[in-house]
Design a binder for this molecule. Structure first.
Ligand SMILES: Cc1ncc(COP(=O)(O)O)c(C=O)c1O
Length: 384
């Protein structure tokens, strides 16, 4: 990245931390063996290192190492979770929130074609799912419920302690897309009865092309139909030569975020609030999308607001020195207003005038100061 570019798009990807890059380097060079090739000592060393990384990741997330399935990222984890459960049924009912990521919505569309029934769980104007709204859509034949842990657009963090009792009254499994939550919100799967949990390396200062799906075996033995066949890697759930540098980097990235979650979240929250304050001072009509900034149910690095009278896309293009995003960058949705903003009650114009900001541990106070003045100047230029 150019040194004068300011990256405020950390929900779509993050800088790979220098510690992470360093941890991965030996696995491109001296230790490049295949961990499945255990007939030789170098292969066994690689296997050993992958095993350690798996154990460490399991410990951090509060699960067992045989519950960790490495994938290429959260899109694949979500696909494996949903298709893996639903392929074991001929038909049935599935619930998902109205604010899921396209990598949850997409695979479910395929199962609609196969005859499954889908219910959307509505959210309130801040993106929160209530236990009552969930109870209303659950049915005796619900096989799966999918709920995004933290929204990649408006930062809403769901309260699973409140939602779980209703789900546990049914036979349904719970899948959680925790891509934006892992490494940002302290939690332990030992204390939360979630059946399947997806996450991704490049959202938490790890490398791209690696992620995981936790497939719990503790309270219920979750069985999945594999979607990729071959050599039977990952306990038969996801064949393919293991991405050793990716796995090592993912472990290091998780450790980095777990080590100083408190310090980083406190620092970044102040910067995020400062960005909002500065933007509001320059653009008095600015409207906040998503939960109030002071609340704990909003990601500390997320800001999303409406810039009345302009298209978010135009503002982002006019102010290219600051990387920000209109809608979800991970969607190839050209021009379509965000389904998440629609779900919290925005009309198409309000949704189109919105921009999302994602800060990170690397964001500095001076970047926020510069970014705010550049955005305000670009806004004034457009509405003139
Ligand atoms: C909530 C959420 N789920 C899934 C994904 C997909 O993750 P990946 O890029 O690892 O496939 C993303 C990011 O794009 C996301 O924000």
């Amino acid at each position: 990245m150019d040194h004068h570019e300011i990256y405020l798009d950390n929900h779509s990807s993050t800088r790979c931390a220098p510690e992470v890059v360093e941890s991965m380097l030996p696995y491109f060079d001296a230790e490049y063996a295949n961990p499945s090739s255990v007939a030789n000592a170098v292969g066994r060393r690689a296997q050993n290192d992958v095993d350690h990384a798996r154990q460490s990741i399991a410990l951090m997330l509060g699960c067992e190492s045989n519950e960790v399935v490495f994938t290429s990222g959260a899109t694949e984890s979500n696909n494996l979770a949903l298709a893996g459960v639903l392929s074991r049924h001929k038909a049935g009912h599935v619930c998902l929130t109205t604010i899921e990521h396209s990598s949850v919505r997409g695979p479910l569309q395929e199962f609609v074609r196969r005859g499954f029934q889908i219910s959307e769980i509505p959210v309130d104007r801040f993106g929160r799912v209530s236990p009552e709204a969930l109870a209303e859509v659950l049915r005796p034949d619900t096989v799966l419920v999918s709920i995004i842990a933290a929204s990649n657009e408006i930062g809403t963090i769901q309260n699973f302690h409140r939602l779980l009792p209703n789900i546990r009254r049914t036979q349904a499994l719970l899948h959680v897309d925790a891509t934006q939550a892992v490494g940002k919100i302290p939690f332990s799967l030992n204390e939360l009865d979630i059946d399947l949990l997806s996450f991704s390396g490049h959202k938490l200062h790890g490398p791209k092309g690696i992620g995981g799906l936790i497939v719990r075996q503790k309270n219920r033995r979750v069985r999945l139909q594999p979607q990729v066949f071959g050599g039977g890697h990952e306990r038969g759930l996801r064949s393919g030569t293991m991405n050793v540098p990716g796995i090592i980097g993912l472990e290091r990235a998780l450790r980095l975020s777990f080590e100083d979650i408190e310090t980083v979240s406190t620092k970044v929250r102040v910067l995020r609030d400062d960005l909002w304050q500065r933007l509001q001072n320059g653009i008095p009509d600015l409207v906040l999308n998503g939960p109030p900034l002071g609340e704990n149910d909003r990601l500390w690095n997320n800001l999303n607001c409406q810039f009345p009278g302009v298209e978010g896309q135009t503002l982002a293009l006019t102010c290219e020195q600051v990387a920000m995003s209109s809608g979800s960058a991970c969607n190839a949705n050209q021009g379509e207003p965000s389904h998440v903003l629609k779900a919290i009650g925005l009309n198409p114009d309000q949704a189109r005038s919105s921009l999302r900001f994602g800060l990170s541990r690397y964001t500095t106070a001076s970047e926020i100061e510069t970014a705010a003045s550049l955005i305000i100047a670009a806004y004034r230029k457009i509405i003139k």
